[in-house]
Design a protein around this ligand. Sequence first.
Ligand code: TYD
Ligand code: MG
Length: 486
Amino acid sequence: MAKSTLSFVCQNCGAAFNRWQGKCESCGEWNTLAEEDTGATSMPASIRSKRRGRTFALESLTGKSQDAPRLSSGMVELDRVTGGGFVRGSVLLVGGDPGIGKSTLLTQATSMMARAGHRAVYISGEEAVAQVRLRAERLGLADAPVQLAAETSVEDIVSTLSEGAVPRLIVIDSIQTMWTDTVESAPGTVTQVRASAQALIRFAKKSGATIILVGHVTKDGQIAGPRVVEHMVDAVLSFEGEGSQQFRILRAAKNRFGPTDEIGVFEMTGLGLREVSNPSELFLSERDLGSPGTAVFAGIEGTRPVLVELQALVAPTTLGTPRRAVVGWDPSRLSMVLAVLEAHCGVKLSGYDVYLNVAGGLRIQEPAADMAAAAALVSSLVNAPLPTDAVYFGEISLSGAVRPVAQTSARLKEAAKLGFGRAILPESARGEAGGDAGLVLNSVGGLTSLVAEIAARGTPRANREASRDGPAEKNATPPRFRRENG
Ligand code: TYD
Ligand code: MG
């Protein structure tokens, strides 16, 4: 038996210490150190030190290594996120909140693979075989020739799967429930998770099977256990969605074999996850037509244009420090847009609470959403609905200018396809748009003119409220805005 080496391992970052302490010096988290036996391995130290390394052949960069052969999962949206299918011998980590639908997604993927004639294995460490069967029945997939087991020992799993044909897809649900004999810590601890992942990754590389590890997510959205597992695997996918809504979005946080900006969109139905090939229709399906404070943003997610509604509410505050709340967008981006509105357009928002929401649970990362956000905010402030057939996109600079963004024509094409009649876009993007966009193009050079145009549609009551704080500094107020304010 090897000498045991007890140490205190941070359950957040995996750093090891000789003694217990309240705060991890490596990542700064509190109360994350747990006692673990990190030294014990299956090989006694005496043998380990005597073992001579095996020699291996070194190869050149150019060579006959084949192009990573990919295998389609049978689900278009899943393939889009992985970069075109599963690569042989790759290991993926799928994270997400409990109940978001990870097991459902992977049951569907394994069934599709099995139906296509590949050996597909589903190992559940959390649910009994009967529970997994029940889910498959509900999904109408009970007839798929998936190989199923409820197991948690990594050694047993590897031995079992080494026999017979090499499986093309193995799902391990979840990595936190797995344990290996080679280390002595309890299942779920950093050391166990890391060692189990290592053993499974080794098996994947050796056999050429694709392994999907399901990972739990902590309260703040991180995949629980050591961050090192994220470094060990080839791809980290996160499955997200608002609990109350049916949309689910699969996003790649890391991908060694594909892009990380593609999203896969699904809808959770009574019969499992349905792939949504046209997300714009979904995100716009419950639009509140003609109410102030909403603007449609023509965005790009990866290679795909996605139209989504931004909703803003600007309401007089009762608090000393007004509230700024945002869902689905970067809060610092909102602060910047508010500051530009205030500094360059004379829109005083210091007496108002501001709420901004991206409909449908989508998370926007593009700065191109600036103009749509600004339009929605001003529309809510002056109580003026924006034209229902318009889409907005453009980045706002600190000087108040509207800057062009990439892929103008793809955005316009999607808008035209969905029946929109006009686009409010940066002036310099007009050229790129071409003449045949099929939309009326209203170009905007600066935020000031956008604000003026929206304010002109506002009701007098709202405009009075908007100017409650008195006239704006200097001559920053757009002429029409000022005139209406009296
Ligand atoms: P599940 O895949 O078990 O989530 P996870 O593995 O991420 O914890 O999904 C659980 C939720 O999905 C559960 O609340 C019920 C819902 N669901 C449906 O709405 N329709 C279905 O067909 C299935 C199988 C689940
Ligand atoms: Mg599950």
